[in-house]
Design a protein around this ligand. Structure first.
Ligand SMILES: [Zn+2]
Length: 501
């Protein structure tokens, strides 16, 4: 093979090739217990404390299906416009991996519970792309390996590895798209928009925490290229566990430029899994991709088939909440937003958060301004998604309420929000703990006013002489003395009362 440039310029890539995407998203369900046993389904916790004979794969232990997880799977399928299987089974996917104590994963193979649906995805400029959903199936998560002693945290270079089985057996739904074609240069953007739309949907349904940073939503991005005009798909690579929305976009883009360079140089793309490097935005070779035959799938003999009656499916359909796109249509009408305003709200990731804040009792204008301005700044400063800021819409609504009732000034409100973001508790707790209430006690304010007037007798004289605007200096001194916790308007009134009287 001749030497080739490692990456092709993106403009040239999309001129010469058509990308084909396939996105696999794993979602951890937020059920109380695991998929096949009664262990707690909780993120974190002391290693190996949420385990039992079943999720440790001990001899003789038998699985029992989590009914709530099946319900969630069906609801997710319905929200994705899928058909729901009348009858389906679990299968065993056989392979050895230290974080999988049973040596097989209980998954669904050729009989997924939901199949053949779609999700409409809105791009930044408002264009809608319909992404076909191949299937949504149930499975269980693996445990976690912790590789110790290496520089990268990967197994290469590690001195030893630790295993934590708390996550083993946590219910997962894997949602697989049909091949996404025809997106051209917008492929990376479509990938990101799809995962965003899916995350918003699952959050609205309250079936998962959908925290990419904690791994409760994980995306594997399959990318291949075909030469312009070709009809057969090229060989794909699968970039695993891309753990932020931005990384999804970057990983797809990088793979397109890498594969194009390989193909243009006369080489062939290897079918393999790849790892995404957050630091430099590149992918590196993982393992050669297995085929389905390698896993020796066979039907799980220890679990009964799942045969949801049509009545049950319809009952579950009736439990679907207002879905993000329905909610967006509604808020646009209710808040009188132009298409562009709505799009800005959506593009900052704020639409659903604002709506939830309004649902919690805040006025739309106030809710919008908090999320789009101050909180967006905070999210940018921390380099996290707006939705991943550790503050809830209900807490934002409470802060707004405290400002409205005069208990907080805007400045104090921002300090309260800082406290919430720092993990000091809810707004009321932060107010108590930091002592942030507005000083509304007139006697305390009067004492401060008197002190300030006494300290600046010349200013006091000016005010007395009719120069009311000179009161600003006294207001400033009082605000300083009360550490900004006074209502400036009330302070001004008191100053004029004092001097005038
Ligand atoms: Zn267990």
């Amino acid at each position: 093979m001749t030497a080739v440039a490692e990456l092709m310029d993106y403009a040239e890539v999309v001129e010469r090739f058509d990308p084909v995407l396939g996105l696999e998203v794993h979602v951890e369900l937020s059920t109380r217990t695991k998929m096949f046993c009664g262990c707690a389904n909780l993120f974190g916790g002391k290693p190996n404390t949420h385990v039992c004979p079943t999720c440790l794969g001990l001899p003789g232990a038998l699985p029992v299906m989590n009914g709530r997880a099946v319900e969630s799977a069906i609801r997710i399928g319905l929200a994705l416009n899928c058909e729901i299987a009348e009858w389906c089974r679990f299968a065993r996917k056989n392979y050895f991996y230290p974080d999988m104590p049973k040596n097989f994963q209980t998954s669904q193979y050729d009989e997924p519970i939901a199949f053949d649906g779609h999700l409409d995805v809105v791009l930044d400029d408002g264009e809608v792309v319909r992404v076909g959903i191949e299937r949504a199936h149930m499975e269980e998560d693996t445990g976690k390996s912790l590789h110790v002693g290496g520089a990268t945290g990967r197994i290469h270079g590690a001195e030893h590895s630790l295993l934590d089985y708390n996550r083993a057996g946590v219910p997962l739904i894997e949602i697989v798209t049909k091949p996404i074609t025809g997106t051209g240069e917008r492929a990376p953007e479509v990938a990101r928009a799809y995962v965003t739309a899916l995350r918003d949907l699952l959050r609205a349904m309250d079936v998962s925490d959908v925290r990419m940073d904690q791994g409760s939503l994980r995306c594997d991005a399959n990318v291949s290229l075909m030469r312009k005009g070709a009809s057969e798909f090229g060989t794909r690579t699968e970039t695993k566990n891309v753990n932020s929305l931005r990384s999804v976009e970057r990983a797809v883009r990088y793979e397109m430029t890498r594969q194009a360079a390989v193909l243009a140089g006369g080489g062939t793309v290897k079918q393999e899994t790849r790892h995404f490097q957050e630091a430099d935005g590149t992918t590196s070779s993982g393992r050669t991709k297995e085929t389905a035959e390698d896993y020796r799938y066979f039907p799980e003999p220890d679990l009964v088939p799942v045969a949801p009656s049509r009545e049950w499916v319809e009952q579950l359909r009736a439990t679907l909440p207002e879905l993000p796109w329905e909610r967006r249509k509604r808020i646009q009408q209710e808040w009188n937003l132009t298409d562009e305003e709505l799009r800005d709200l959506i593009n900052t990731g704020a639409a659903d958060l604002v709506a939830a804040t309004v649902d919690a009792g805040a006025e739309p204008g106030e809710a919008r301004s908090w999320w789009v301005q101050y909180l967006t700044q905070q999210a940018n400063a921390r380099e996290v998604e707006l939705a991943d800021l550790p503050i809830t819409p209900a807490q934002v609504a409470r802060v707004i309420e405290l400002v409205k009732s005069g208990e907080l000034t805007n400045k104090l409100a921002r300090e309260v929000v800082q406290g919430v973001l720092a993990g000091e508790g809810g707004p009321d707790e932060v107010v108590d703990r930091r002592g942030l209430k507005v000083v509304s006690d007139d006697s305390a304010l009067l004492a401060a006013v008197d002190e300030a007037l006494a300290a600046q007798p010349d200013v006091a004289e000016k005010i007395r002489g009719g120069k009311v605007q000179a009161a600003g200096a006294i207001v400033g001194a009082v605000m300083k003395a009360t550490k900004g916790q006074a209502d400036a308007k009330r302070v001004r009134e008191l100053i004029l009362e004092r001097v005038g009287g």
